[in-house]
Ligand binder design. Structure first.
Ligand SMILES: Cc1cc2nc3c(=O)[nH]c(=O)nc-3n(C[C@H](O)[C@H](O)[C@H](O)COP(=O)(O)OP(=O)(O)OC[C@H]3O[C@@H](n4cnc5c(N)ncnc54)[C@H](O)[C@@H]3O)c2cc1C
Length: 445
């Protein structure tokens, strides 16, 4: 079959947002999705993770006219609360001025995006269509559907087909290098009743090597996720074996007491593994581009995989706008995104330690954390918490990662020279120790 339009492989969040961006600009867009329509009884999923939307994600949603509808199904979350084994808790606001990030059930967001994409002139959604192969020369896709096997030629293929991407495989066959691996960490989704936790905060119980997280839902209940190692000593899925319930109650007594049907949920809910994937090439001539998890499936701990995928879409649309030279536009897109994806993937992996390690675990880490806090307070424009910048700005992830490394060295250097007493030193002493402080705006205290 011939089609002069764009073919998108994958009707996940990134593929659907890409369809809504591109159809109004470039005409016909066909989305090929291997699964049944999740809005139908057959395709409905019985469980759903929640995903966090930050500024980058909102920008893309706003540009396709969906900011209001999506906001109406979200819950604002102001920070995360670590619940420690000694019964104390420790709240970290997501931003210093209490701006929230927004949590949404992934399945609900997906249904909303499907409705919106379907209503976009020029977009055609085709379900039960599994792409088996991408021919980069035509370009064309070989797809298996209810009517059998077909080859669909088109103008441009966009691979939005997730971590196990068939589109990426076509690039790898032409020499691109990919890295795909399964994290040692897996998760199980557990329904958590409301009424005992602040409903506008993400709650977590770190064990040092895993955690249980509870994410607010619009109903006031929480979507729980039990993140544990697959193997190794307790707490891990392997060590829990037949007695996951016993292990859960030992390591997470507080949520264990609140979740009524915990044993049943642990016994019946599936344990999902997490695949991370990256690729050094994202485009092929003027024929193919990868977006979203197809080129950067990352650890979920920063909550940026989808946000970053939406940013890919916006960047691609900007590169393609106003030029007939698709090959150059795709090259610019690749160049501007590969390092960004590497940086946020590294940050996501790093953030696992924040989520799994109790905040007051080690004296040295505590001193570093406390000194950072003082620097954020004293030099509000020069030093901004990394999580806050990732969530509330569109600053390059690579720049943010680099800035954070610089801050980490400064903190280590200051503690090395002045010792941990610096953490509680008067503001004037601290100001005098920080290089370049005279040129910075500081907050009087
Ligand atoms: C536990 C967890 C928590 C997360 N939390 C967050 C968060 O808070 N914030 C955030 O931004 N991100 C989060 N993420 C990441 C986010 O879910 C992903 O980044 C996002 O779903 C990627 O979207 P995508 O459309 O690129 O890929 P996918 O969602 O994987 O969609 C790909 C689609 O392609 C289809 N497909 C695959 N192969 C083919 C084929 N050969 N032919 C046709 N169709 C095909 C699939 O069926 C699927 O529908 C989280 C992930 C996990 C696991």
């Amino acid at each position: 079959m011939n089609d002069s339009g764009i073919v998108i492989i994958g009707g996940g969040p990134v593929g659907l947002v890409a369809a809504m961006y591109l159809a109004p600009r470039f005409g016909s867009v066909t989305v090929l999705e291997k699964r049944p329509d999740p809005r139908s009884r057959l395709g409905a999923v019985g469980r759903s993770i929640t995903v966090m939307l930050s500024t980058r994600g909102w920008r893309a949603l706003a540009e396709v006219g969906l900011e209001g509808p999506v906001r109406s199904i979200c819950v604002p979350i102001h920070g995360r609360c670590a619940h420690l084994t000694d019964g104390s808790s420790h709240v970290t606001p997501y931003s210093r001025d209490r701006r929230p990030i927004w949590s949404v059930e992934r399945a609900r967001l997906h249904r909303l995006l499907l409705d919106a994409a379907e209503a976009t002139p020029g977009v055609r959604l085709c379900f039960d269509q599994q792409v088996r192969e991408v021919d980069l020369d035509e370009p064309a896709v070989v797809v298996d559907g209810p009517a059998g096997r077909q080859t669909l030629t088109c103008r441009l293929v966009l691979g939005c087909d997730g971590a196990h991407s068939t589109a990426r495989a076509a690039l790898v066959a032409r020499g691109a290098r990919e890295e795909v691996r399964t994290l040692e960490m897996a998760y199980q989704e557990i329904d958590v009743p409301g009424g005992w936790l602040d409903p506008f905060t993400m709650h977590y119980w770190p064990t040092g090597d895993g955690f249980f997280g509870a994410f607010p839902l619009p109903s006031g209940h929480f979507a729980g996720s039990l993140f544990l190692r697959l193997d190794g000593p307790p707490p891990s899925y392997a060590a829990g074996g037949g007695d996951l319930f016993g292990m859960f109650t030992t390591h997470f007594p507080e949520p264990a007491a609140a979740i009524g049907d915990l044993a049943g949920q642990l016994a019946t809910k599936s344990v999902s593994t997490i695949t991370i994937a990256s690729c050094d090439r994202w485009v092929w001539q003027d024929k193919l581009a990868l977006l979203g998890d197809a080129c950067h499936a990352m650890a979920p701990f920063m909550g940026h995989g989808m946000n970053c995928g939406f940013e890919d879409v916006r960047t691609l649309a900007e590169c393609l706008d106003g030029t007939d030279d698709t090959e150059s536009a795709l090259a610019v897109y690749e160049k501007s995104r590969v390092e960004e994806a590497k940086a946020i993937s590294a940050l996501s992996q790093q953030h696992y330690h924040t989520m799994s390690t109790p905040p007051q675990d080690k004296a040295a880490a505590l001193a570093k954390e406390a000194l950072r806090e003082r620097l954020f307070e004293l030099f509000p424009d020069r030093f901004v918490p990394l999580y806050e910048q990732c969530a509330f700005t569109e600053e390059s992830y690579a720049t943010l990662l680099n800035n954070d490394l610089v801050l980490e060295s400064l903190v280590e250097e200051l503690l090395g020279i002045h010792g941990p007493e610096l953490v509680s030193a008067p503001a004037s002493t601290l100001r005098a120790c920080v290089p370049g402080a005279a040129d910075s705006i500081t907050k009087e205290s």
